[in-house]
Design a protein around this ligand. Structure first.
Ligand code: IVH
Length: 668
């Protein structure tokens, strides 16, 4: 294939893939199978590696995000990112309308939009391509989060059509749909991370992660709602958004043009309850004057536009009685107090229980049994107790005390300094923790054991057939077949899947062990750096914290895990059963320590290797591949088209630039 042919093919594939992405993530209407999509993506990746001169940060291949750590650079907003003034009642909306009437002689319409409860973003497009994405920050300047935003599939990297302005800004909200949020929190709890309180926190936490490849895995979504710039296609805000939809942006299908404020009120009444059926969190309605011309007549106050207002939904609240408090032990041993309430209707569902989160919250509310409590459904999905009516409390009411012993196994609970949660430390003997560990071990991203689910694990545990993960490999067909809803076929499937799992690579086995704070990425880092389980078992705090991205908290957790004789024994049993406890030879090939202690920044495009391959080579040879230049950088590995800001920075700091060939010599 010559250069022209390659360029043509690359362009065609990029175009096709972006179109499929659009159909899937913006229109929710996939037109090809995942398999076909992956095949095309692979073909494009191959061509881009072969022809690095055609590198494009907005290629669909870049949506997986780089694994290099980034530092966020602050950027000034071209138009300050203001907020909206809030209103809470119909009367305030009529006032808003009156104020506008006084300020303008023109007639006007309103546009009503859902107020999405995520984190706002400013997207800059130049000549039809995403050039920069910035957080709100303090409204004047924010963080450049372009690399992370590129991974959000519903944000177009290249625009469709041709009638977009050469340069414009689009504002929108980045959010995590409820379903993805629930999945994420479950995964976090499995590795002992604190779950996010609500989808908004999860979205804003995710978009500021240093590693774009991790962001890509979180499946963020977006809606855009505000177009800014010169030469916009239409005077109407509503009409502009319809144009933006054709350029490939995801806009809400629930936006409505309203002739007057009465129609606005109807819209609000409808969504006040209907919003609970949406797949994403909303906390109000935004009402905007449609005409841009009228908008500019009205202008801004110091804080917010005069042409728009937010109507905030009242978090629905009801009162009921606290009947009792129970304490639940999670898979990680965290103990959560749960309030059992007299059932009551709240925002369309019957509420019987509310989360109390931790001991501090119980104390702050000064809860007593039989208290009349106020329950609210806010941004969180589980209702919470927000207040107590203590004037109705009987004199002899019993104060709610946090328990001291685990309700499942009786072990005294502990509370680590600085942490809100109480834990049951009996990781190996406490039933929900035992079952939780086994469930994590067999899960898809860990050992991926077919045919074993939560119910079967419960059954096997109840029958005394398994007490830990190593017991799984000693299960026999004759033990499984007689179980409820089992049979020969299912038993066979479980046993052969367990056999197959002996080929699961080391990093996934390490993840499957369920060491607190050792998620997939950390497990991969540990496996790659330390190569074998023995090295990890014997590593010191210093050995561990020397590894990129492994901090004190993770290191301590690894050490504590292996200090426990019972864990060592478990690992030994698994080893004897034939699971992978060191990196595969093919991964080990070509490894050295020639770059030990060196920290290298890759920039530009290269002739012989792709940037990912170079990164791999740096790490395989004991070096550290980092995303941005600092005083600690040893070399800039530069290809053609090194960014001018990078060149300036290395010159200023006196950091040597090496070419691809010089680099390859260093590791020869
Ligand atoms: S318009 C100048 N429209 O609400 C006005 N904002 O307090 C620009 N938000 O920071 C904002 N949904 O994060 C607008 N449909 C919507 C919105 C929306 C959510 C957020 C946005 C903004 C905050 C305003």
């Amino acid at each position: 294939m010559n250069l022209d042919q390659a360029k043509d093919k690359i362009d065609t594939l990029r175009h096709e893939l972006e179109e499929y992405n659009y159909q899937y993530y913006v229109l929710s209407n996939p037109t090809i199978s995942d398999y076909e999509f992956d095949m095309k993506l692979k073909e494009l990746e191959k061509l881009e590696t072969e022809f690095p001169q055609f590198f494009d940060p907005n290629s669909p291949t870049q949506r997986v995000g780089s694994d290099l750590n980034q530092e966020f650079v602050q950027v000034k907003h071209q138009y300050p990112m203001l907020s909206l003034s809030n209103s809470y009642s119909e009367a305030e909306l009529f006032d808003f309308d009156q104020r506008i009437q006084k300020l303008t002689d023109e007639s006007y319409e309103f546009v009503c939009e859902l107020k999405f409860d995520g984190t706002s973003v400013s997207l800059i497009y130049e000549n039809g391509a995403l050039a920069r994405a910035v957080t709100r920050g303090d409204g004047e300047k924010g963080d450049d989060i372009t690399a992370n935003v590129r991974t959000i599939r519903s944000i177009p990297l290249k625009l469709k059509g041709a009638d977009y302005p050469a340069s414009f800004e689009m504002r929108g909200e980045i959010l995590l749909p409820f379903a993805v949020f629930a999945e994420l929190n479950q995964a976090r709890e499995e590795i002992g991370e604190m779950p996010f309180a609500n989808p908004r926190n999860a979205a804003s936490g995710t978009i500021k992660m240093q590693n774009a490849a991790e962001v890509a895995k979180r499946k963020l979504d977006s809606y855009v709602y505000y177009l800014l710039g010169e030469n916009l296609p239409d005077d109407g805000h509503y009409e502009s958004l319809q144009h933006a939809k054709r350029w490939g942006f995801k806009i809400s299908e629930h936006t409505k043009k309203c002739a007057d404020i009465n129609e606005v009120v109807d819209f609000i009444k409808y969504w006040d309850t209907e919003r609970f059926n949406l797949p994403v969190a909303t906390d109000g309605i935004v009402i905007k004057v449609n005409s841009r011309k009228v908008q500019s007549n009205l202008g801004f106050t110091a804080k917010s536009p005069r042409w728009a207002v937010a109507y905030k939904f009242k978090a629905e609240q009801v009162s009921t009685t606290l009947e009792s408090v129970s304490f639940q032990v999670g898979r990680t041993g965290a103990v959560t107090p749960v309030a059992n309430l007299t059932p009551v209707l709240l925002a369309g569902t019957i509420v019987k229980r509310a989360s109390l989160h931790n001991a501090d919250i119980i104390n702050k509310l000064d809860l007593h049994l039989e208290d009349v409590v106020y329950v609210e459904k806010g941004g969180e999905i589980i209702p919470k107790i927000v207040d107590v009516n203590d004037s109705l409390r009987k004199a002899d009411a019993q104060k709610v005390e946090f328990i001291h012993e685990c309700p499942e196994c009786g072990t005294p609970l502990i509370r680590k300094e600085g942490e809100a949660a109480h834990y049951c430390p009996n990781e190996i003997g406490c039933p929900p923790q035992i079952k939780g560990k086994i469930e994590h071990f067999i899960s898809r991203r860990a050992m991926d054991i077919d045919g074993l689910g939560q119910e079967t694990i419960e059954l096997l545990y109840q029958q005394g057939l398994i007490h830990n993960i190593a017991d799984l490999y000693e299960l026999k067909a004759e033990q499984l077949i007689p179980l409820d809803r089992m049979g020969e076929k299912s038993a066979d499937r479980i046993l052969s899947s367990l056999q197959e799992s002996k080929n699961v690579p080391f990093e996934r086995v390490l993840f499957a062990l369920g060491i607190r704070f050792v998620g997939e990425t950390v497990a991969k880092k540990l496996a790659q750096k330390l190569v074998s389980i023995e090295a990890i078992e014997n590593a010191t705090l210093e050995n561990l914290t020397n590894i990129d991205e492994i901090g004190g908290r993770i290191a301590e957790s690894v050490i504590t895990f292996f200090q426990d004789e019972r864990n060592r024994e478990l690992v030994n049993r698994l080893k004897a059963q034939g699971l992978q406890f060191e990196l595969h030879e093919s991964v080990l090939e070509g490894r050295s320590q020639k770059l030990e202690g060196l920290s290298i920044v890759i920039s530009g495009t290269f002739e012989k290797h792709s940037r990912d391959e170079l990164k791999d080579l740096i790490e395989k040879n004991g070096g550290k591949s980092v995303g941005s230049i600092s005083k600690k950088t040893s070399y800039l590995l530069g290809g053609s088209n090194v960014g001018p800001s990078k060149l300036e920075k290395v010159e200023k700091l006196g950091i040597p630039i090496i070419s691809e060939d010089e680099f390859l010599k260093m590791i020869e």
